[in-house]
Structures are given as C-alpha cells and as structure tokens.
Design a protein around this ligand. Structure first.
Ligand code: BES
Ligand code: MN
Ligand code: MN
Length: 460
C-alpha cells in the first residue's frame, strides 16, 4: 500500500481537477421531489457511475420505482481487509425561492469570503460536495496504488424525499451491500476548525392529517356557530400536542428516550459557549423547547413534534366570510433513542381521532418513518476514526449528535445489522436547503484528506 503521505500529496495536487469534477455534478439539477427533473436525476446517476468506473470500480446504475441508485464495488489487495459501505445521496432540494440566489443555483462558482474560499451551488453541502470527498479520496488511493479496504459505494437519488425506494432495494440487494461498517458523509463539523463524528442521528415520522366537516364550504354568517369549523378542530389538536413545559403529550411518546450518559452530557456541557449563539444566528433568543434543557440537548438528543405546514379556508386577497369544509396539516416528529416510529404514528393517529367531534372525518397520509441511530460509544471503528481525524485537524473530533435525519441509516442497522460512522464536513452556516447554499473549499479539501486517513486507519 502506498504510504499515506503519498496519497495525501496526491489529493493536494488533484484539488483543481477534483473541483472541476464536482462542478460538473453540481451543474445537474437533480431535484428528487419534482418529477419534472427525473431525467436530470438519471443524468447525475450516470455521471457518478461513469466517474466510479473510471476509478476501477465495478459500477452500475440500478433502476428503482423512483430515482436510480448507483452501486459500485472495488476490492482491496488482500481478502482479510475490512469491507466498508459508503452511502451518499446525489439528489438535492428544490432551489426556490430563486430570487434570493445571488447567482443561479446550478451554476457553481467559487466565492471569496473572509474565512476563505467557498463553493456556492444547490446541493454542494447536501450532499454532492460531501460525497465527492469520499470519491476523491478513493481516486487518490487508486492513482498512487491500491485501495486500503474493500469498498462498496451506494448513492441514492431519493434521500430528500425520505428514501422511499431504499428499504426495498436493501432487501433485494442484501448480499452485495453487506459490509462491516457503513460510512456516511452527510453531516456537520463542530466548527470550521473542529471535526465531528455524529454518533446520534434523529429518526423521523412524517404524517399528514386532513380533517373534514360539512360536505361543502359554507357562508359563515348563515352557518357560523352552528356548523363545526375544521380549522378550529385542527388548531385545538395541534395545541394539545404540547403541555405548558414543552413536553409532547402523546401517550407513550417518550418510551425509549433515555437521559444522556454522564460522560456525553459532560462533553456537551463543555460546548456551552455555543448556547447563546445558536439561536442568535437566526434572530432568536429564547429556547422554545422543553423547559430546563440546553439547546444542544434539544436538537441532538430530544424528540420533537412540529407542524411544518397548515392549509385551510380562504387565504387569498381581502377577506371572505367562509366556513371551510376542510383543514389539513403536515406534521413531523424527530425521534431519538429507541422510539418506535410505527408506535408513534399509531399513537398520533389515535390522539387525533379521539379528539374529533362526531361530525368530523379524518384522513391520514404517511410520508415515511425512520428510527433514530446511535453508534455504540465503545466501537473500535469510532476509536480509529477519532485518531485519524485528530491527525488531520490537529484536535480530536467532537462526538456530536445531529438534529437532522438520514432516513435510511436506521434500515442499515435494522435490516443489515450495520452501524454507521457519520463523518461530515458541512458547517452550520452552509445554508443547506436554503438559497446560496455553500461548502467551504477547506471542507472539500480537508474532508477528502480526512477520508484518506480514516480509510487508512480502518484498514490497519
Ligand atoms: N443531510 C441532511 C441531514 C442533515 C441536516 C445532517 C442537517 C446534518 C445537518 C439530509 O439530507 C436531510 O436534509 N434530511 C432530511 C430528511 C427528510 C427530507 C426526509 C431532514 O433531516 O429533514
Ligand atoms: Mn443530506
Ligand atoms: Mn437534505
């Protein structure tokens, strides 16, 4: 195996060409949620598969009922080497509102900022730039010698829509996806100088509720007061979901939610300087969650219930004295620990149904459900990755939680028995899902170097 230093030097000398390849991927508007971009998703998948073939991977684009997957495999030089499965997603969120972008979202550019150069484009931090750090690390190994591990790469195009095709795909391709460990690059660093390994990732339950009353919209003068108003019914149910202390009132909701282990609580308490700044950066000052808990704890290790959207009645110009026939809302629950997504969805549906007046009907639509993930703190892979990141960044990584979700991580554990080591180089201010999304050039460069070190450390 080429000495690690040779591989790291290769990454440095490749940087411009690596950026060029990333830019080509960023130019493809692979927006998964909008079927008008289905062929763009396919183009992105084909581009990546071709890149991997060029690196000597046995790579193919696999169709699914939704957007295609890429499966690529390459062997290390000795059979006894560990086998890792790298997972990433090539799909991106819609770029709207377009008018807030300083330059078009799919015309990537390098911008100069006070803190260094930044790559600006939709999907650069989530997840194209991040997944390319791994691919470019593989390239440097290839161009200087052999891969340090057996590597399977699985890239999907439906992460931003909850990965609907992935559970079935894992089931059908179990044999060829099995590995010792999953590696993921879709999370954040602690700050621009401090890496992080995400050991806890929240799960997600997405539910839509439609409540219907009268069989048509009514005149609110003729019927108001007598006829049930579905917006009021919905609003009352939403209000009942939290108590005065910010706790969620669904029966059984907190089953499987543990308090933090003491050593983790201590590490997080040491990060408290973050506390005030976290809300201040978005123009807020008062934590709105559970009473008595820190904001880091709230977003990393506590479950939530949020209404993401609410629709009903007249929302046009002026006023209209209408008593609407229906109201609907979209809910998301972030899960932690061993909270069971199916039980939570069932408890929520029962909670809503119990509160319905006799004259109302309800319809539920599930938009997906995935459990939380927790990497065991004693894991050998974790210890090795900590040392590898420390060597690159000059300080040990924070063992972080993550408030976001990557729906498939739970299935890797549940269906294939694999833990996930999540190492990402995004920053909190990367504007993921927002206009002017960016990724620091240093994240891209040092992220690639970090993967070379981690792969090397896993193999030793
Ligand atoms: N990469 C993110 C998850 C994430 C967000 C990690 C913030 C670190 C910081 C992922 O692509 C994502 O956006 N997940 C969605 C899932 C949903 C669209 C099903 C999420 O968390 O809302
Ligand atoms: Mn992502
Ligand atoms: Mn995302």
């Amino acid at each position: 195996m080429a000495a690690l230093e040779t591989v790291l030097d290769k990454i440095d000398s490749n940087l411009d060409a690596s950026l060029g390849r990333l830019f080509r991927l960023l130019e493809i508007p692979s927006i998964s949620t909008d079927s008008a971009y289905a062929s763009e998703c396919r183009t992105a998948a084909e581009f990546l598969a071709a890149e991997l073939v060029a690196l000597g991977f046995d790579a193919r684009v696999e169709p699914t009922p939704g957007h295609p997957m890429i499966v690529a495999k390459a062997k290390g030089p000795r059979p006894d080497l560990p086998h890792v499965l790298f997972y990433g997603h090539y799909d991106v969120q819609p770029p709207d509102p377009l008018e807030f972008w300083q330059t078009p979202p799919f015309a990537p550019r390098l911008a100069d900022a006070e803190t260094g150069k930044q790559i600006v484009a939709r999907g650069v931090a989530d997840d194209k730039g991040q997944l390319m750090t791994f691919v470019e690390a593989c390239r440097a190994f290839r161009e200087t010698g052999e891969l340090p591990c057996h590597i399977t790469i699985l890239l999907e195009g439906e992460e931003e829509t909850g990965s609907p095709s992935l559970p079935g795909f894992l089931e059908a391709h179990k044999g060829e996806l099995e590995a010792d460990l999953v590696l993921v690059c879709d999370t954040l660093m602690w700050d621009r100088a401090t890496p992080a390994i995400t050991t806890m990732l929240r799960g997600l339950v997405l539910e839509e509720v439609v409540i219907r009353g009268a069989d048509r919209d009514l005149h609110s003068g003729l019927f108001g007061g007598a006829a049930v108003n579905p917006i009021h019914v919905l609003a009352k149910i939403i209000a009942d979901l939290h108590d005065a202390d910010g706790r969620i009132t669904l029966p059984g909701f907190y089953d499987g939610v543990a308090e933090l282990p003491e050593e983790v609580a201590e590490q997080w308490a040491g990060l408290r300087s973050h506390e005030g700044e976290f809300l201040r950066q978005v123009g807020l000052s008062v934590p709105a969650g559970e009473k008595g808990r820190g904001v880091l704890e709230m977003v990393w290790s506590r479950p939530t219930c949020d209404v993401n959207g609410i629709i009903g009645g007249y929302t046009g110009a002026g006023s209209k004295t209408v008593l609407p026939a229906e109201a609907s809302a979209k809910f998301s629950f972030r899960l932690v620990g061993t909270q069971d997504p199916a039980k939570i969805a069932a408890s929520f549906r029962a909670f809503v149904t119990e509160r319905l007046p006799k004259d109302c009907k309800v319809e539920f639509v599930s938009h997906g459900a995935s459990p939380a993930h927790q990497l065991p703190f004693g894991s050998e892979a974790l210890t090795r990755a900590v040392r590898a990141l420390e060597a690159e960044w000059g300080k040990p990584p924070v063992l972080a939680g993550c408030g976001g979700s990557i729906p498939i991580i739970g299935s890797f554990k549940k269906d294939l028995g694999m833990d996930a080591l999540m190492i990402g180089f995004g920053l909190e201010d990367d504007r993921v899902h927002s206009p002017n999304e960016k990724y620091e050039l240093s994240s891209f460069h040092k992220g690639t170097r970090s993967w070379a070190r981690v792969l090397n450390a896993l193999a030793l």
